[in-house]
Design a protein around this ligand. Structure first.
Ligand SMILES: Cc1cc2nc3c(=O)[nH]c(=O)nc-3n(C[C@H](O)[C@H](O)[C@H](O)COP(=O)(O)OP(=O)(O)OC[C@H]3O[C@@H](n4cnc5c(N)ncnc54)[C@H](O)[C@@H]3O)c2cc1C
Length: 533
């Protein structure tokens, strides 16, 4: 079946929804989303959105904190844009009905690692859920927007899919939509649109332990790469230092804001250790804390460290972190006001992705990317806490403005005839075990060899294995009817390979990429993005 819209949005997190609401003023919009519409990384964001909202703060301070965390690789123009446009975007969210936490009428600004002042706007510790709720309510009442739940985008439609033979110029590719698996009707549809936004979020499930929900399998990066878009900086994977130990997968995140509130990291014997790694101690940026925990665990052979809140007022802990308090109590039988929390790091955020300019444009005509799937240059080699929701808000707004103009200019041009999805020669595979085994293998390899601490030997070993897996998966994909599991496996294998390729190119330690073979930063050779195309 063919669906025709003016704008096609892949993903219903903060980036996709914010963009859709804006471009809907200019035409019809389809939002494609893998599961139920609220299911997204956004929905699980606890800490909040960083923005300059108080007289104690300044743009320069937020810019400096972002640049300093980004370890030399942030694009200054993107950072300045994000920081300066951020407050207006937050006010828009409030106008849409997002209820941020207030104290005596003023926004209650929290503090997180790497920030020099309190600047985290939040809705208790359920900020993302509150943002999703408000955006989805507005989407539901918009006559120009249609949401397709349980629809999985498989591949972007480009010159590669036009009926008839043609020579493809990889420097001049256009995107006109996507092939999408309708999971309810079990068929692949064509969604044709003049403008396409990829807003599919992150790829935490490339790793064994992750804070991300199951939707985060790198689909947008993989689709864009296959279509010919430029991808960059995939080596910079942020590991959240504190997820509740033994919680299964996805791991339950203990927000950075808990350390900002005064919680202290200790070994299982109760000894504080962060002073050995950074003068900011438990408030050091995530990469430093994650590496410190990893080092302590390897040195001592322990399974976890402890996050201690016992010196803090139980009433305030419950008041500030009701979601964490209740989940720990009900799901893990742990009263965090009476016992320290056992924590370990887990894969959390991808700083790299589809390269875009300051208006969210990818290297493909008509294809925009926003949110975690994109590489706008604001995070550099490491993301400052709570800058990702802000990035998604600011750049989805810019992308919406730019793509509305693009649409105005090109809406009368003919979109060529696109081939139907071809599944001739494929069969229904009963071999679920192949998919689940390969998926676990990818996650284990990435965890063991491409995790918090890397080396040439580990990366080479991971690369050899991943190339084999990727070839095996591609062969299986070509002869099997598509399912969500197979689509995700194919994308995870590709993203894992891209992460390893980028990591192998960077022969230095910088930000989130730490290798025992090159312990120092090497500005003479590596003060630039790692591009893969
Ligand atoms: C536990 C947790 C806590 C966090 N806390 C914070 C925080 O406090 N502050 C902060 O700034 N950041 C935080 N982050 C990071 C932040 O939440 C994400 O980076 C951000 O929400 C990403 O938004 P997004 O719109 O790009 O993607 P997402 O919100 O992940 O949305 C992606 C969407 O794409 C859909 N999708 C994916 N693949 C496909 C496909 N093939 N076809 C169709 N649909 C698809 C998904 O179903 C989903 O709807 C946190 C992340 C996690 C996991």
């Amino acid at each position: 079946m063919i669906h025709r819209f003016d704008f096609l949005v892949l993903g219903s997190g903060i980036a996709g929804l914010s963009y859709a609401l804006k471009v809907a003023l200019n035409g019809t919009v389809a939002i494609i989303t893998k599961k139920e519409k609220a299911e997204s990384n956004t929905n699980y964001a606890q800490g909040g959105v960083a923005a300059v909202m108080s007289s104690m703060d300044s743009y320069d301070m937020h810019i400096d904190d972002t640049l300093s965390t980004g370890a030399g690789l942030c694009h200054r123009d993107s950072v300045e844009t994000m920081v300066k446009e951020g407050p207006a975007r937050l006010r828009e969210l409030m106008d849409l009905g997002v209820a941020f936490t207030r104290k005596q009428g003023e926004l209650d600004l929290g503090r997180e690692g790497g920030h020099s002042v309190n600047r985290i706007v939040h809705a208790k510790d359920l900020t993302g859920r509150e943002i999703e709720r408000a955006l989805l309510a507005r989407i539901a009442e918009h006559p120009n927007i249609q949401v397709f739940e349980n629809h999985v985008a498989i591949d972007l439609i480009t010159e590669h899919h036009v009926v008839g033979e043609r020579v493809i110029d990889r420097t001049n590719i256009h995107c006109w939509g996507a092939y999408v698996l309708d999971e309810i009707r079990n068929r692949v549809d064509k969604f044709i649109a003049r403008v396409v936004l990829v807003a599919t979020g992150g790829l935490g499930h490339a790793y064994l332990h992750t804070t991300n929900p199951l939707i985060a399998t790198g689909d947008g990066v993989a689709m864009s790469y296959r279509a010919g878009a430029t991808i960059a900086n995939m080596e910079f994977i942020q590991f959240h230092p504190t997820t509740l130990y033994d919680s299964g997968s996805p791991s339950f995140l203990i927000s950075e804001a808990v350390r900002g509130f005064g919680a202290v990291l200790k070994t299982v014997d109760g000894e504080e250790f962060m002073q050995r790694y950074d003068k900011r101690e438990s408030l050091a940026p995530r990469d430093i804390v994650a590496r410190a925990i990893d080092t302590e665990l390897k040195k001592r052979g322990d399974d976890c460290v402890l996050l201690d809140l016992l010196h803090l007022s139980a009433v305030s802990v419950k008041e500030h972190f009701p979601h964490i308090y209740n989940t720990a109590l009900t799901k893990f039988k742990l009263d965090i006001t009476k016992e320290p929390i056992p924590v370990v790091p887990a894969a959390h955020y991808s700083c790299g992705g589809v390269v875009t300019d300051i208006d969210g444009r990818s290297s493909i005509h008509g294809l925009y990317a926003c949110g975690e799937v994109s590489m706008t240059g604001v995070h550099g080699a490491n993301r400052l806490a709570s800058n990702s929701l802000l990035e998604a808000l600011v750049f989805s707004d810019r992308a919406a403005k730019h793509s509305a103009a693009f649409f105005g200019k090109h809406s009368n041009e003919r979109i060529p005839e696109i081939k139907d999805w071809d599944e001739s020669g494929t069969f229904n595979s009963e071999e679920w075990v192949l998919i689940s085994h390969n998926r676990k293998e990818i996650q284990q390899i990435m965890w063991d060899y491409v995790g918090i601490v890397r080396s040439d030997l580990r990366l080479e070993r991971a690369y050899r294995r991943m190339v084999l897996i990727q070839n095996e998966v591609e062969t299986f994909y070509k002869k099997t009817k598509v399912t969500e599991g197979l689509i995700e496996l194919r994308n995870l294998a590709l993203c894992a390979t891209l992460i390893i390729r980028c990591a192998m190119k960077r022969k230095e330690s910088r930000g989130l990429h730490f290798t025992t073979d090159y312990l120092e930063r090497d500005n003479a050779h590596f003060l630039s993005d790692t591009l893969v195309d």
